[in-house]
Design a protein around this ligand. Structure first.
Ligand SMILES: *Cc1c(COP(=O)(O)O)cnc(C)c1O
Length: 397
């Protein structure tokens, strides 16, 4: 069995051993509920406090603006439902984009059923919204703009600071799903005028089941999970102390290493993109070359079924993704690829490779060598490709 090559870091990342090491004492040794009044609980309380400070400092927020949650999905749900409810007197209109994560899109669909009106902004072929269109979409009854910081499928980074500027000027709240961006690219809630920000532990080499929502001071915070008085009475549930410690450790590490990691990853990314474009015919590059997450490679291969590609890569020990969050077996192409204008038949042949700073050039070379062979084989079996070649021959005569 060849060694496994993991290229699905947008789906989840390895919990780094050094992060786990920091978490470990809080499973078995310091297990006290931070809400306890005895000395033993103090240790848990202090470590949660310290984690909150560390995380706040990474995005330039105040510690009391950080609310721990069960992950990115919960943070997205909370942000949107909270604003919808707390500011319902102002209106019932929310602006988002067509390429958000389902945690945002399905929450919006839920709110639509509750009588809210949602504008889904289109994106250009790179996956970026148009700022003028955004500004024109804002109405008197607009409560909130929710635009992701970076897309999880095609890796496109949105013009967050510009969106923040427009939102602030127009008096509309701005939430960003920064799950893919946090710890990967610099984020400052102050400079970017962000009012709410969602992030998750397991996308930055931290643990799963922990995330946070940044809520700017002054915003009416409504409880999402009702119960105990944790998180300033706004998010009930016994603190996930090891998770919180792990997320802070991962965030601290990510912040410290960000420049080095992103320089390394983006170089390897561009090397791989270059090889694929040069060596694999009919490879359609997705996303933006300029505004791109350092670790994202995304292509659609014409005359290929993405599912078959993934299965054959898996047989070679390569973990990759089609990039689309839809459950395998579903024939619906990704909403993101359709939104950037990719026809169904091309969108079906999608492949997302998301690397980490531990991915080596040798691994990338092996993956691309395998990819070449697999694509050749799949095309040799494809009736679509045969038809295409016949057409080409006819027109060449
Ligand atoms: C992974 C992801 C989420 C969901 O985060 P979880 O912590 O897995 O719930 C939300 N948004 C984006 C952009 C993501 O990539």
């Amino acid at each position: 069995m060849k060694q496994r090559i993991y290229l699905d870091n947008a789906a989840t990342t390895q919990l780094y051993p050094e992060v786990f090491k920091e978490m470990e004492p809080y499973f078995t040794e310091y297990f006290a509920n931070p809400s306890g009044i005895y000395q033993f609980a103090r240790e848990s309380w202090n470590v949660v406090d310290k984690a909150r400070e560390e995380i706040a400092s990474v995005i330039g927020a105040k510690p009391e603006e950080i609310y721990f949650t069960g992950g990115g999905s919960e943070s997205d749900n909370w942000a949107l439902k909270m604003i919808a409810e707390a500011y319902a007197h102002k209106g019932k209109h929310i602006i988002t984009s067509k390429i958000e994560h389902h945690a945002v899109l399905h929450t919006c669909a839920y709110l639509e059923k509750q009588g809210y009106e949602i504008t889904y902004l289109p994106v250009n072929e790179e996956g970026r919204i148009d700022l003028k269109q955004l500004e024109e979409a804002i109405r008197k009854d607009t409560l909130c703009i929710s635009i992701m910081a970076a897309n999880n499928e095609i890796g496109t980074i949105m013009p967050i600071a510009e969106i923040g500027e427009i939102a602030r000027r127009k008096g509309v709240l701005f939430h960003t799903d920064a799950v893919q961006a946090f710890g990967h690219i610099p984020l400052s809630v102050e400079d970017m005028q962000i009012d709410m920000l969602s992030a998750s532990g397991h996308k930055i080499n931290g643990p799963k089941g922990i995330g946070f929502l940044y809520i700017k001071k002054g915003i009416k915070v409504q409880s999402f999970l009702h119960g105990g008085a944790q998180e300033r009475g706004k998010r009930a549930g016994t603190h996930n102390v090891p998770g919180i410690v792990g997320m802070a450790a991962a965030a601290r590490l990510a912040q410290k290493e960000m420049e080095k990691r992103s320089a390394y990853e983006s170089q390897l990314r561009d090397y791989a993109i270059g090889r694929i474009e040069k060596e694999i015919p009919f490879a359609v590059f997705s996303g933006s070359r300029e505004n791109r997450l350092p670790n994202n490679i995304h292509f659609c291969f014409r005359f290929i079924e993405g599912e078959s590609l993934l299965i054959m890569l898996d047989a070679k020990g390569i973990c990759a993704s089609s990039g689309s969050a839809c459950t395998s077996g579903s024939l619906d192409p990704s909403h993101v690829l359709l939104a950037i204008g990719r026809p169904h038949e091309i969108a079906h042949g999608s492949l997302r490779l998301t690397l980490s700073e531990k991915t080596t050039k040798e691994e990338m070379d092996r993956v691309i060598d395998e990819l070449k062979k697999i694509i050749e084989r799949l095309r040799s079996m494809s009736p679509l490709y045969e038809d295409y070649k016949k057409e080409q021959e006819k027109s060449n005569v």
